[in-house]
Design a protein around this ligand. Sequence first.
Ligand code: NBG
Length: 833
Amino acid sequence: MAKKSGKDSASTVAEPYENARTGTSVASLKQAILDNLYYVQGSLPEIASPNDWYMAVAYAVRDRMVAHFVRARSNLRDPKVKLASYLSAEFLMGPYLGNNLLNLGITDQMRAAVKELGLELDEVLAWEEEPGLGNGGLGRLAACYMDSLASLNVPAIGYGIRYEFGIFEQEIRDGWQVEKTDKWLRLGNPWEICRPELAYDVNFGGHTESFRDEKSRHRVRWVPQHVAKGIGYDTAVAAYRNDIVDLLRLWKSEAVESFDFQAFNVGDYYKAVNEKVISETVTKVLYPNDEPEIGKTLRLAQQYFFVSCSLQDMIHLHRLRGGSIETFHESFAVQLNDTHPSIAVAELMRLLVDEHLMDWDSAWKITQQTMAYTNHTLLPEALEKWPLPLFSSLLPRHTQIIYEINHRFLDEVRLRDPGDDERVARLSIIDESGDKYVRMAHLASVGSHRINGVAALHSDLLTKTVLKDLYDFYPDRFLNVTNGVTPRRWIALSNPGLASLLTKTIGDAWIKNLQYEIRRIEPLVDDPGFRTEWGKIKRSNKSRLASIIKERTGIAVDPNSLFDIQVKRIHEYKRQHLNVLHIITLYNRIKKAPGQDIVPRTFIFGGKAAPGYFMAKLIIKLINSVAEVVNKDSDVAGRLKVAFFPDFNVKNAHHVYPAADISEQISTAGKEASGTGNMKFSMNGALTIGTLDGANVEIREEVGPENFFLFGLTAEEVQDLKVKGYDPRSYYESNPLLREALDQISSGHFSHGDAELFKPLVDNLLDHDPFLLLADYQSYIDCQDRVSSAYRDQDHWVRMSILNVARMGKFSSDRSIREYCDNIWNIKPVKMK
Ligand code: NBG
């Protein structure tokens, strides 16, 4: 039936519908688009706006996923199937249309269909507004994991928040970051299905009361000050070439009608309106920080809100499956993506004990067997903790439950180590060293059966630093799952040139099985024809990026120069300013000897700074200020260019990773938990310049040290230096090139003579330098010189590039998800019928 064209099927009554909605021939797709344009958008080709077209195409694609969607819902009801439930405050899914076309295998047909309608598919793709419901690595990881879960046939639900406003859009004005509201829903979202019948009440504030029920049981009742309602919105996550989808279920907060109504009846109209506003505020906006902000009640309300809706939903599904509450953990494995959802530990206890009348010990067993926790940071200041007064006023019942959990936990600690009060204080879920706080990582760890880090080094350091005491107490709970990224989006979709060369050479199995297949290109490193093609693809990706940079920034960059790229959140530990010191050093070299032969480079930066993070914003200004001077200096013309690519997001990233020659992964060793951008670059044939940090360590192991540019102190050396007493000024004083660069920044050389502008940045480096830029400076410069000389030998460079791609199989998120299934969730993929 799929073969029939729209015209043929129009002659029958039953079939046209089916065909226009499921057929994948060019003719049916074209018919489907026209139907949607007319019946959904109320438009016609002659008058259709770009958004009308986009919507019509998107609905045509969504229709082709409905059968899979329905099957996914029936999986939810099948008691034999254990579900992975990924709880994450962020899902940075990226644009859907291209990805869904790819995964469904209908890109070419769709390209032809829209062409017949007078459009270019790439244009239609560009009209999509991406859902930026995440800050960076952690949210994007959740999205890659959804793709892998579906593609591996693992039934799963991603639970999160449907923020009305996602991560802000970044504009650069006068070199500074300016934030603009992300109104991603403004033109509608064709991918989601609202499920108003999926609604759960969530309490906030108020107080608790003890009472005896009719069976004389001691019980606790939570009398809330405020109740909001969560409504579920489902988005299908397409599997790559499988007839299944998984669900992304995001919660939107609304007012509970009865509340409004009561107030309205007694004539207090404004109170009613206010209730509604408060309720709707909960899921209004994503907090744009990659580190927690202490003391934002609304943020805690968001976390509790989505966790409560999700757990209530899971219990509801478990009931629909005919399960008794005692077997909840057999239906669901819940993964806590960082501590943001860790209130789930207390909430599941509350639901089981207060609502389902289970005894504490049974409830605790179920909770621990259900939950597992992933940690994503080594920065102590990024470990989430909530001031106790704030916490208990929003969640009075959970505070009691956490005290009870803590009490029992600390009894165990005392039993094992009698007399060690300091250990007890360090392990306590409540920090009582000064003002009291609830330590969310402790809550998550105590309530989970597994705790994992996201790269080998990170998992190891966790057990020695931020989670050391917990590790000493629960050594068997800890394990590593190195992050991964999906080769579907990050190669097949975003690098079509490379993808078609790979497929032409080794077939297309690499897309589904990167881990074992991609290595098959390795022997081709000796094939000159293959190397030539490889070089051409990189060159054309660079041209594509160059023209986007020109269009968005006005800066003309030369695709023949070495593209040196650093894209990621702006953060001092990621050291974008170390990269800047290298640029200034090269600039000074040229100024001193304008005639010398240096390898031309284009430095490209991208990334957002948290709006309240002064130093990060100053780093953006510094990059743009240095760019301004360097780009217009005639001595360096044709050799150095610097560009800040504004509004780095998933959509823009598609153009960035495939165009890199060098990937900057230069965080202070021991600070970056894993990194996933490092993987995307290397998978697209960039070579890495990096420290032994996060997953860089494993990338270097895989690709071979000879295909990786290593510099800098190790995590251990960083630690030793700090213990010995680090003196950044001594580096400044003993290194004339470093001194020159820093003096130029502070004297106003890059800021029109303004010697105040960058003073906070330079002073901080000279007096504290918490991330050891000065200690790593010379090693970095020397390594960059090795990069430049390596780049002169293009043939060898291409070999290294090929070997990088050939050996990156480990970093497919499919491998990560298999490890979660085997080592944490005890879930087997379902067999396809
Ligand atoms: C980030 C780390 C990255 C890591 C991602 C995904 C947070 C809190 N952490 O190194 O900084 O790759 O998580 O694990 O966003």
